[in-house]
Design a protein around this ligand. Structure first.
Ligand code: ADP
Length: 808
């Protein structure tokens, strides 16, 4: 929290600087005030002449003249003050709008770092409560204060003309009235600032609470939210009472002082009139003028609390304006031409906070036209890499280079113009869909917008909506399904014709079939562009040209999917874990799919919408409960049934029903042939008989482990049943499958397996085949069929003595 530093004089100095562009208007307003005050003083002074020279002397003509002159004065002064009010209304609004505009413009310049720290509610409070306190001061208090201040000066002069002793007493007494506010000012402004801070905190809480209602309801956090809120308003109460009371005191103390002074002046005046030193007319005039000064003093003191509040508000606004954008164009920054060679990180280190490094000494290349992915555990720095590529932040050490040019030497505008970014959750504004897409490039024609939508394969859907491209997106795009929102965001990105496509978990929140469909679109659109993707869904990265594996902010592995699997390191581990998750997902996948179909195909028809929505919600709720129930069962079950007890490998169900169909779908996308091997130990039955069941189990386990070590990372191994193992490999023709089968056979033959304290030798029989993946329509059925056939081939091999590869 900042300390309040803006005093009243500081506030006035700021306001004066805001008035600088409006010099003429300000001058005219001041002139208007002086005219008003002079007339007011003359009016009050006229009592002396009216009483002493006209009424007491019986001078009728003088009386009429004075009254007529006053009547003219009233008309002139009224006209002047109406004109002044109009000018002031314009001036006040202009100054406030300037401030609003400057603040908003500044918010656009501030970097990502600021927004990750800032609280929305707090920024909103600066725009609402803080700005309105400045508005109150500027529109109400400042003109009143100015009139009062000038009033004291203008009215004090004729007092001396009437009776200088009395005037001296009055004028010397006046400063006493200002002692109270002066003494209280510092404390009041500090309290005012704290009050504003507390109010902003409260609006942040409310704002967060409204956004988080789903979580609050789901976790029954209502009561604790209410308790926290009660605690906060109790604190607001303490601070508010102190701040308001100090404000009132600042207003009250000069009032009390001026009342005492008034009593003194009237007493002394009456005494002088009694002695005949001044005339009755002069005393009346003096009193009326002095009342005007008192009112002015009251006016000033009334104004002060507003000013104190406004100073606190203005300070908070100025704090926002003083916030320096961390990322700004360097002087002489050059525009970047379209990417030709590629991006590179050279010794890049970065941390959001100085003592918490997030990326450390990262070296990497992203050649133009290639698709590169960043994978790694959550928090390893993947999104941070993207933040640096997009120059949301600058590295603390090293260089992010664009065709060899340090991004810090380039204009942000020219970099961002080349980026098409798709986030996991893309913000759709509540404006027509067409306009949402056009945000990608504001000067795009309708035709170009539609072309982009066609490329993103969302055109037909948009056309089918009642209002077509004019259909509003709803708050945050709430009228569309996740997949539809991603496609709209994709169209938006494509409209820019970006040289670099940035995908930040772009398909991670989608169900598997929507994800696969959008990935297919993405692959098509990425041709000829450089793609940089961050994802934790490894299914997305298998076809990428290069994958960087991040771990605790360092690049630990890099290569293609196959190369990384063969390293059998971090990526291999992640892939195995991912395959297991896929297995679990696949087991409940059908239900997910039904739910997706239900929402995706639904047309937006406003008349039927609410009724259908109700039905859908009920259906989704029912299905969600069913999925949760199954998932709970599945989580326990996957450990027992998903992997084989002896070998730790995926079992038959997991392998044939879940992993294989996923694998086939992947291979289909590239149109490769996929090879399958069925492996069976030849003499395991004998080992069981001669060494006992436990020894047999031990050898089986060893065989599984051995197969795993000699298989390549991308070759999937499962334990079907008994001594039968299955392998899938791709791309693999029959020859390739046969060749791999032969390698496995000979390696096993030459290996000694530990068994009950000795070593035994085993042989295996292998059935091998290959299938054209594009001809497969139902992956599960096809895979089952392949293994049925391989089983027969294996039977043949065993009948011929075993230890051979039978190809079909
Ligand atoms: P990933 O994308 O791999 O999950 P991130 O790049 O988002 O990882 O985050 C890396 C680390 O940086 C994490 O420890 C995270 O808490 C931290 N971090 C990310 N964004 C910010 C931020 N805006 N301010 C402070 N720390 C952050």
């Amino acid at each position: 929290m900042h300390e309040p530093t803006m005093s009243l004089t500081g506030f006035l100095r700021r306001v004066l600087s805001y008035l600088r562009p409006y010099r003429l208007q300000t001058l005219l307003i001041l002139l208007g005030i002086v005219v008003d005050l002079v007339f007011d003083t003359v009016f009050r002074l006229s009592f002396k002449f009216l009483i002493d020279d006209a009424l007491t002397q019986g001078n009728y003509r003088l009386m009429v003249f004075i009254l007529a002159a006053l009547a003219v004065g009233v008309v002139v002064a009224s006209l002047v003050s109406v004109g002044r009010d109009y000018l002031y209304a314009r001036l006040g609004t202009s100054v406030l709008n300037d401030l609003r505009f400057r603040t908003f413009q500044h918010l656009q310049r501030l970097s990502a770092g600021f927004y990750s720290r800032a609280q929305t509610g707090d920024i909103m409070a600066r725009f609402t409560t803080d700005l309105s306190s400045v508005e109150n001061a500027l529109v109400l208090a400042l003109p009143a204060g100015l009139i009062s201040l000038l009033g004291v000066v203008v009215v004090a002069v004729p007092l001396f003309f009437l009776e200088w002793h009395l005037a001296l007493l009055a004028v010397l007494g006046l400063p006493i009235c200002l002692i109270g506010p002066k003494l209280l000012e510092a404390r009041a402004s500090s309290a005012g600032y704290s009050f504003k801070e507390e109010q902003a905190r409260l609006s942040s809480t409310v704002q967060e609470n409204v956004s988080a209602q789903a979580v609050i309801k789901a976790f029954s956090l209502q009561q604790s939210a209410v308790d926290q809120f009660r605690h906060q308003i109790a604190s607001l109460f303490r601070i508010g009472v102190r701040s308001n009371f100090l404000s009132y005191l600042m207003e009250r103390t000069p009032n009390i002082a001026s009342l005492v002074l008034e009593l003194l002046v009237v007493g002394a005046g009456a005494f002088l009139a009694y002695k005949g030193t001044i005339s009755v007319g002069a005393l009346v005039s003096f009193y009326v003028l002095f009342v005007s000064i008192s009112q002015s003093i009251y006016g000033i003191s009334w104004v002060v609390p507003y000013m104190v509040q406004a100073a606190a508000g203005l300070q908070r606004i100025e704090e926002l304006l003083d916030e320096v954008p961390q990322v700004a164009d360097a002087p002489g920054a050059v525009p970047l031409p379209r990417l030709r060679e590629g991006l590179a990180f050279r010794g890049v280190s970065f941390g959001y906070a100085p003592d918490h490094p997030v990326l450390q000494d990262v070296e990497l290349e992203i050649p133009q036209g290639l698709a590169v992915a960043f994978v790694g555990p959550s928090g390893s720095g993947k999104s941070t890499v993207l933040n640096l590529v997009m120059r949301f932040y600058d590295p603390t050490a090293g260089v992010v280079a664009f065709d060899g040019c340090d991004l810090r030497q380039a204009t942000q505008e020219s970099l961002r113009a080349q980026l098409g970014v798709v986030f996991q959750d893309n913000f759709l504004f509540n404006i027509p869909i067409g306009e949402n897409i056009r945000l990608g490039r504001q000067d795009a024609t309708d035709e170009e917008v539609q072309q982009a939508a066609r490329a993103a394969e969302i055109h037909d859907f948009i056309q089918s909506l009642p209002e077509g491209y004019g259909t509003p997106a709803g708050e945050r795009g709430g009228r569309f399904s996740g997949g539809q929102r991603q496609r709209i965001a994709l169209a938006r990105a494509i409209l820019r014709d970006p040289s670099i496509l940035v995908l930040d978990e772009a398909t991670s929140a989608l169900d598997p079939s929507t994800e696969a469909a959008i990935n297919a679109t993405l692959e098509r659109l990425a041709k000829g562009r450089t793609t940089i993707a961050v994802t934790h869904r490894l299914s997305t990265v298998v076809n990428m040209d290069r994958i960087y594996v991040l771990k605790q902010g360092r690049v630990v592995e890099q290569g293609t999917h196959k190369e990384l699997l063969n390293l059998k390191g971090t990526y291999h581990e992640m892939w195995q874990e991912f395959a297991l998750t896929m297995t679990q997902d696949a087991l409940v996948g059908d239900l997910d799919q039904e739910e997706a179909d239900l929402t995706a195909d639904e047309e937006i028809d406003s008349t039927r919408l609410s009724q259908r929505l109700g039905e859908l919600q009920e259906e989704v709720h029912r299905q969600t409960q069913e999925i949760q129930r199954l998932q709970t069962i599945n989580q326990r079950w996957a450990h027992l049934a998903g992997t084989d007890r002896l070998t730790g490998l995926p079992n038959k169900l997991a392998f044939l029903q879940a992993m294989m169909p996923q694998e086939v779908l992947q291979v289909q996308r590239r149109g490769d042939p996929i090879g399958f091997l069925l492996i069976s130990g030849d003499s395991l039955g004998l080992i069981n008989e001669s060494h006992g069941r436990d020894a047999g189990d031990q050898v089986l386990g060893e065989l599984a482990r051995f197969l795993q070590t000699i298989l390549k990372g991308e070759e999937l191994l499962g334990h079907l049943d008994g001594t039968n193992f299955a392998v899938a490999l791709h791309p693999a023709t029959r020859d390739r499958a046969c060749e791999r089968g032969e390698v496995l056979r000979s390696q096993v033959e030459g290996h000694g397996f530990p068994c009950a304290g000795t070593q035994v030798h085993l042989t295996i029989s292998v059935g091998a085949t290959s299938v054209d993946s594009t001809a497969i329509t139902d992956p599960r059925e096809a895979v089952e069929e392949v293994f049925r056939q391989l089983n027969q081939a294996l039977y043949q091999a065993k009948r011929s003595g075993g230890n051979r590869v039978e190809i079909i």
